[in-house]
Write a protein that binds this ligand. Structure first.
Ligand code: TYD
Length: 231
């Protein structure tokens, strides 16, 4: 929902493993910066220094005994900190906030993937995020096989670089990921004006162009601060 009274613009990205989310976020952020917008880049789980500590618990593959309820609350603890410390102040200042994932991830992975239910997730969202909701969410929809192939290639690169073991969710069974994908499809149907589904099977340039056209529509509806002062 676009709130034209709010000066800032809140954009989030959603997508499953291998959807090209990282690449597309980077392209959008570079373009927004090149156009002079004052930007806050953040991620869930993570973002703030406290959020990064919570992220370690959430994604550590050693934490197999982490319960679904504890996991849900940790995602929201992380998000509440991000909203209070970074996102709300940035929006109030007229900045563009770009978040790698937000509550839609919890609606897909915890509400449906873990089976905790949409009602409780929406309720905790209201408490944790205090009305903060993205104006536009880009959902990069990737075919199961394409996503898996891209993710495998990336994981091999990570293993070669001895990156930290952040695979607790990636390690879930195929049917978990199928439930998550179906949940995203439903969210797109429920909120078509906020969530823009983009076919991530297209070329990088085509995907980037589709995202930019969606973002441009929203830029016009907000009064945004430019990072460099106008002469
Ligand atoms: P991350 O390393 O950030 O990967 P990605 O590139 O997929 O965003 O891992 C985030 C993982 O956490 C990802 O598998 C999705 C999961 N997740 C949830 O289960 N619930 C949530 O609310 C969020 C934000 C993420």
């Amino acid at each position: 929902m676009t709130d034209a009274r709010r000066p800032g613009l809140f954009l989030s990205f959603e997508g499953m493993d291998g959807s090209g989310k990282t690449t597309q976020m980077r392209l959008l952020i570079d373009r927004l910066r090149a156009e002079g917008y004052d930007l806050l880049e953040t991620a869930e789980p993570g973002g703030t220094p406290i959020g990064l500590q919570i992220r370690k618990i959430l994604l550590d593959s050693a934490n197999q005994e982490l319960s679904s309820r504890a996991e849900l609350l940790l995602y929201f603890a992380c998000r509440a900190q991000n909203v209070d410390q970074w996102i709300r102040p940035a929006l109030a200042e007229g900045r563009v906030v770009v978040s790698d994932r937000f509550t839609d991830s919890t609606l897909a992975y915890q509400a449906v993937g873990r089976g905790l239910g949409e009602g409780i997730v929406r309720e905790i969202h209201r408490f944790a995020c205090r009305e903060v909701q993205p104006d536009l969410t880009v959902y990069l929809d990737v075919d199961r096989e394409v996503g898996l192939a891209r993710a495998r290639a990336r994981n091999q690169e990570r293993a070669a670089a001895a990156a930290p073991d952040e695979t607790r969710i990636d390690d879930e069974a195929a049917e978990f990921h199928d439930r998550v994908r179906a949940a995203y499809a439903r969210l797109c149907d429920q909120e078509p004006s906020r969530i823009r589904r983009v076919d991530a099977g297209q070329s990088i340039d085509e995907v980037a162009a589709a995202i930019w056209s969606a973002v441009e529509e929203h830029i016009a509806a907000h009064s945004l601060r430019k990072a460099t002062a106008d002469v």
